[in-house]
Design a protein around this ligand. Sequence first.
Ligand code: ARE
Ligand code: CA
Length: 599
Amino acid sequence: METAAFFHRPESEYAYIYSPGHVHIRLRTKKGDVAKVGFIQGDPFNLHLKDWYQEEKEMELLSSTDLHDYWLIDTDEPVKRMAYAFHVYGKDGTDVIYNDRGVFPYLKEQLTNSGTYFRLPYFHETDRFKAPEWVKKTVWYQIFPERFNNGDKKNDPDNVLEWDSKEELSTIDFYGGDIQGIIDKLDYLEDLGINGIYLTPIFTAPSNHKYDTTDYYEIDPHFGDKALFRQFVEEAHRRDMRVMLDAVFNHIGAESTQWRDVAEYQEESRFKDWFFIKEHPVPSAEEIRSHGPMYMEHAEGLPYETYAYVPMMPKINTHNPEVQEYLLNIATYWIKEFDIDGWRLDVANEVDHSFWRKFNQACLSLKDDFYILGEIWTSSRSWLEGDEFHGVMNYSLVGNIIDYFVGKTIPTRKMANVMNEQLAQYRKQTHETMFNMLDSHDTARILTMAEGDIDLVKSTLAFMFLMHGSPCIYYGTEVGMKGGPDPQCRRCMIWEEDKQDRDMYDFTKGLIQLRKDYQPLLSHGMLRWEVVLDEEQVVGVRRDLGDDEIVGYFNQGTEDYVVDHTESTKVVYHHLSNESDNQSVVGPNGFSIQIRRKS
Ligand code: ARE
Ligand code: CA
């Protein structure tokens, strides 16, 4: 048995309280190497009285990756503290104890010494990673306000273009979308079934995307004003929709008061320590504009830190206490005054952890079910320990799904294995409040990635809806909008019904309904693989909770795939699949989603 592959760490995603009375313990071993794992557990203070080490519970082999097997036990009993160890039985007939000191032969001396056990100290409810319940039941809709709907022509920018008038968009186009336009479409979103709206930035800024903030305390005049925004939040809340805004705290716009001051007074500016300035002089917004592209060519030589070498976006020094106070006041202002429900944090991985911890406390002390979502494109363990974010934009999970379904660059087994590795990265409750989206304002649209194959988009979307985490629809996906990478993915929303793909609309609406109908199965159910077939390119994914399970069979191959029903099978959603009483014949590019009771 290869004991070098063992891995466990107390108080991490390997050992945590899932919900009161449910401690989850995970163990990693070498793939295919271990026959069985016994879990030994007790109270460290009564080991000498009870000899509890003699009792073993069996761990479940939950999942495998290319390299490892992951074992799980849900202790499912009220405990206050826990000493524990693993009794690992190799397929080669050997067995060992794995505890806090390492790997040992199964001998009484180890087992009767309470100091050798892994330990979860006294359980405090306050230490448990808790995420807002509502997020798990939310289906999000992402809006890029400049392009969603123009509800008020009076506030249009001077250089406004006619709605959807260009084939190829440029980065400096304006089309006049605004908050009134969103309010006008709340009925549309309600009909679709949406219950969470994420808006990319809406505060005053010169660009169309508004990631170059001029004033965090004002709604951009081209979008509306505070009274209108208040009305928007109220009308959304009346429809049981939550509202999440974009917090761009990694950098500020060069037209902000603070940067203007620095550009004018340089070393003398009272804001000079608000930034990461390498040398003076630094340029003003006007100078940056007049330098034009030249500045970008010498990007790495800029005399100050920025977001991604973009001169108009000077990076903010979040270590400076004055800056921290400034940003935290902004974060709490929009919660206190306008009752928003969540912040999405732009470029979250480039801002320091200590700032995000303060941010978390400031927001949650005002609203205990507030949602904090980081924009991080890779695995994000260190931000998701419970004291910073509740979730991240799940580009890494979805990237794997897209590679399989759309890119077709990996076989079924690889996709499942990568996902298993991802599932092992976080606590279960963390997965439940992740933010899953096939596309966004930063990526090509999914229908374009799929080269116009709408059936493929339907399968991919349905698969994502079966995952842990709340799914998000990027505006327009539901009516079959296309578009390449930024800025082509930010086209004006298509509102003429004859230009919309109404069939896709109905499909998306049905999927959103499915997500609602099968709660809490889809938010809390354990994810397992039902079938993983490389040659046939078929995958069956299952979520189970208690005696109920929901299984989706997806056929990415070229032949029909037949699923025999059990007595309790009920097909609840399907596409390109022939359903009869006793079987589903899932055609190429099709899927069948079924509910059943555990046999
Ligand atoms: C503009 C132009 C682009 C041009 C760029 C460079 O539109 O065509 O390439 O300038 O000059 C905002 C606007 C963008 C704008 C940008 C700069 O929305 O349109 O681009 O400002 O002015 C990385 C970051 C991640 C970031 C993405 C885009 O890690 O934080 O890149 N996303 C956020 C927002 C953006 C926003 C900003 C940041 C800046 O969501 O909309 O841009 O406020 C990999 C990596 C990721 C990388 C990802 C995409 O997978 O792992 O780290 O994300 O690719 O590149
Ligand atoms: Ca307008």
